[in-house]
Design a protein around this ligand. Structure first.
Ligand SMILES: *Cc1c(COP(=O)(O)O)cnc(C)c1O
Length: 404
């Protein structure tokens, strides 16, 4: 299930560019594909809302039975506003003030603790009265780009598995109820092996905690960005993790829940960024297509070296030619380097695929550019789900002062 040129051109007609367009049924499909991939275990998915946090997407996933993974108190609050119950929300912050954790406790969501000093404060404040989950770092390296590996030895995320003795002393002395263990080794895990190596370390650690209700294995499910990409074989991964988990539960003596926090897997492929070709610029070595968008709207190509497939949907039968697709920002914001596109004419609409995850949510107003509108295709029709920004939006928080 994918947005085809016909629907995308219709969206351009209705709403113009630049535009983030999402396919609702595709999001639903991805959710169930993952949920169903773990036979025989009690699996619970918490959508990592930082990937795409529009309230309509959150509601759509809530209707499917999803929970949420929130990384800031603001995400927690947005999740509650979207109708999630506190029990459906996992709060996994990193390097936040303890006051933010207290706020989350007051809201009643699950707390994931990723630092020993925070654990001590948590124990001091709540003792046995509020349970928590511990984010452990098993130091398993996920493949792919170094920025998105968060399990390595110098990572700022999680409590090192080597500090387990210290964790246990802190937990015991404050009588802290640990009801979950968590790991998130970063995006782009290629197959079950990486998961299982990390999982084994967590299973060993679990023997030390008697009150567990769940194990949370984070995310890292890979989706294809271009043809030939190696992706997570979700059926195979699911089956192998399920088997390992069932065996673990037997050893542990109780059936626990298996939690995951997928972001990219759920929304990446549902989203397309539609842009228009402003100028065609021939230089000595390259033909540039300059579009009415850039790293302000989609930063992944610059930030992660990410590849996003691009198509000229206005001229599908044009002669294929080689282009570099660049943005209008005063930076070298290349969205696609050396791409074969059917001949691009000024005014043509280009579709940039796999833009559902970390597209709009990482966008910004650099160069005082306005963020795109967002539209959702669901039940056969397009709906505007975020209006385009205006100049007033840009100035809304500014305070113009007079010096006397
Ligand atoms: C970002 C994040 C995720 C989601 O990662 P994806 O690669 O988008 O699936 C899950 N858990 C935590 C704690 C995260 O920070």
């Amino acid at each position: 299930m994918q947005l085809e040129s016909k629907e995308l051109l219709e969206a351009d007609q209705k709403f113009g560019t630049p535009l983030y367009a999402y396919h609702g049924e595709r999001i639903v499909e991805q959710y169930h594909k993952l949920k169903d991939a773990f036979p025989g275990v009690n699996v619970r998915l918490h959508y990592a809302m930082k990937a795409l946090s529009n309230v309509n997407v959150l509601k759509l996933l809530r209707e499917q039975g999803s929970g949420l993974d929130a990384v800031s108190i603001q995400e927690v609050q947005l999740g509650l506003r979207a109708g999630y119950s506190p029990d459906q929300i996992m709060f996994t912050p990193n390097c936040v003030d303890f006051a933010e954790i207290q706020q989350a406790v007051e809201l009643g969501v699950h707390i994931n603790i990723d630092n020993i000093s925070i654990l001590e404060q948590f124990g001091h404040h709540y003792g046995a009265s509020v349970p928590c989950c511990l984010r452990l770092n098993p130091h398993i390296m996920a493949g792919g780009h170094s920025h998105i590996s968060v399990g390595h030895i110098d990572s700022k995320f999680g409590i090192s598995i080597y500090q387990l003795r210290h964790v246990l002393r802190v937990a015991e002395s404050h009588n802290i109820q640990v009801h979950g263990l968590h790991m998130h080794t970063g995006s782009d895990i290629l197959d079950a092996d990486v998961f299982l190596r990390g999982a084994d370390l967590l299973f060993d650690a679990a023997a030390e905690f008697k009150d567990l209700q769940f194990m949370d294995f984070g995310s890292g499910f890979k989706v294809p960005y271009k043809e030939g990409d190696i992706v997570t074989d979700i059926q195979d991964t699911g089956r192998r993790i399920s088997e390992a988990f069932q065996a673990f539960c037997e050893r542990y003596g109780r059936e626990l829940e298996l939690w995951f926090e997928p972001g990219k897997f759920i929304v990446s492929e549902s989203g397309v960024l539609l842009v228009s070709a402003n100028v065609i610029k021939q230089t000595t070595s390259t033909v540039f297509v300059g579009v009415n968008s850039g790293q302000n709207h989609l930063i992944r190509p610059m930030f992660y070296d990410a590849f996003h497939r691009i198509e000229n949907i206005s001229n599908p039968s044009g002669t294929p030619r080689l282009y570099s697709v660049v943005g209008y920002i005063c930076e070298t914001d290349t969205l696609g380097y050396d791409r074969k596109l059917s001949e691009v004419r000024e005014g043509d609409v280009l579709a940039i695929y796999n833009a559902g995850a970390y597209g709009m949510s990482m966008s910004n107003n650099y160069n005082a550019r306005l963020r795109p509108a967002e539209v959702l295709y669901y039940k056969g029709q397009w709906q505007l789900i975020r209006r385009r920004e205006t100049l007033e939006d840009l100035m809304r928080t500014e305070i113009e002062v007079e010096w006397t």
